[in-house]
Design a protein around this ligand. Structure first.
Ligand code: PLP
Length: 404
């Protein structure tokens, strides 16, 4: 008789965004006249930049002719894109990452969920609390987390690293030593960053203990301050202890096109085995490559026109972030983030729980955000707003929040 993977049953019932959707639908059914503004789910709203659209059109055209048609893409990505990534994302920042160490994929979510497959199920993971839920859930599915404790909102065998106002939402080194350490900076959901010397401490710690850092830099393009690293490989010694994930989703609006990549340096060896070779094997077995036309679109991101256009989009979102941060702060809210990240993390007023504040905003201002508690117990009494809306909606939402 076939059996299910019962580890899936350990996942708590409703996923954050379905519960948000359910509450919004219920509210709208009762108040059909309400003009609800969503600053909740982290999807972009600006269209794809013209230089990228031109490249997409050209690649589509190539597909229609026998001499330029492309079938299966190379498993690890086309050389034209991997070279651009190596030069512009790494060499330009002083990091020695070769094109061969870059694995192109259809996004960072799959990669950061799938990477755990190349590690033993015996490994103990550490995550920030609050955290992007994919890291924990993918390890639950793999049977690495132990039972869920609903009262604590935690899995028994996971090391949760509190990210609080006191530590600037950047975790301290944990007391118990983890095997795999998930770090995401600029952070979703808090919008916090680590300065280079802070991240260097993590790299040194991982190298000392034989741990591997799984570094999610999906929001790297939003970094505005000088001393914030764009890549973990800016830290000395990171090539022997860190894997990095990147995404075109928020950098260039590819949430619908789908493109990302993972970097595994050849020097990253565990038990005498190169993690590069394991991930290459996994990619080759389970993945047939990101589409040619999308990789051509990704290449256009690095063109002069592409860079200018995506920088303008990012500035647009970051103006939204500034508007939210400054105006809510002036209105008496405690806010952080929104300087090097498109997320604003606000403390709920009057000790409301995250979901109480969600309902309060929905009913009082017709604004939807994301309850911090959905990202882990450390997110309770916090709330996430995103800068990805239109300017008009962002301004209107903030003004409504201030009025209630
Ligand atoms: N990593 C983080 C921290 C994210 O917030 C997101 C998207 O919300 C992703 C990865 C997913 O990126 P992609 O769209 O490339 O799958």
């Amino acid at each position: 008789m076939a059996r299910i993977n019962s580890d899936y049953l350990k996942l708590p019932g409703s996923y954050l965004f379905s519960e948000i959707g359910r509450r919004v639908r219920t509210y709208q059914a009762e108040h059909p006249e309400a003009d609800v503004i969503r600053l909740g789910i982290g999807d972009v709203t600006q269209p794809i930049a013209p230089a990228i659209i031109d490249s997409l059109h050209a690649a589509v055209e190539e597909m229609g002719h026998p001499e330029s048609f492309k079938g299966y893409a190379p498993d690890l990505g086309y050389e034209f894109l991997r070279q651009k990534i190596a030069v512009y994302d790494y060499k330009a920042r002083g990091c020695e990452i070769s094109a061969e160490e870059i694995f192109v994929s259809d996004g960072a979510k799959c990669d950061c969920a799938n990477i755990q497959e190349i590690f033993s199920t015996e490994n103990r993971i550490a995550v920030c609390d609050p955290v992007y839920p994919v890291y924990v859930d993918s390890n639950v599915m793999a049977g690495r987390t132990g039972e869920y404790d609903p009262a604590a909102g935690c899995y028994k065998d996971v090391i949760y690293m509190p990210c609080t106002a006191e530590n600037g939402f950047a975790p301290d080194l944990p007391e118990q030593t983890p095997d795999l350490i998930y770090l995401c900076f600029p952070n979703n959901p808090t919008g916090a960053v680590m300065k280079k010397e802070q991240l260097q401490k993590w790299v040194d710690y991982a190298n000392r203990n034989g741990s591997v850092i799984l570094y999610d830099a999906a929001y790297e393009a939003y970094i505005a301050e000088e001393d914030v690293p764009h890549s973990i490989y800016e830290c000395e010694g990171a090539k022997t202890c860190a894997i990095e994930f990147r995404s075109f989703s928020k950098t260039a609006g590819f949430t619908g096109l789908r493109l990302g990549f993972t970097v595994i340096p050849k020097e990253l060896i565990l038990e005498g085995v190169s993690l590069w070779s394991l991930w290459a094997r996994r990619h080759g077995t389970k993945y047939n490559g990101a589409p040619y036309i999308i990789q051509r679109a990704g290449e256009a991101v690095y063109s002069q026109a592409g860079q200018a256009q995506i920088r303008a989009q990012i500035s647009y979102y970051m103006e939204n972030a500034k508007y939210i941060r400054e105006n809510l702060h002036s209105a008496g809210y405690t806010v952080s983030g929104g300087v090097n990240a498109p997320y604003i993390w606000l403390k709920t007023p009057e000790n409301m729980t995250s979901w109480e504040f969600f309902d309060h905003l929905l009913a009082g201002a017709n604004v939807v955000g994301t309850p911090g508690s959905g990202f882990g117990p450390g997110g309770e009494h916090y709330f996430r707003l995103t800068a990805f809306g239109s300017r008009e909606n962002t301004v209107e939402a903030v003004n409504r929040i201030i009025r209630i």
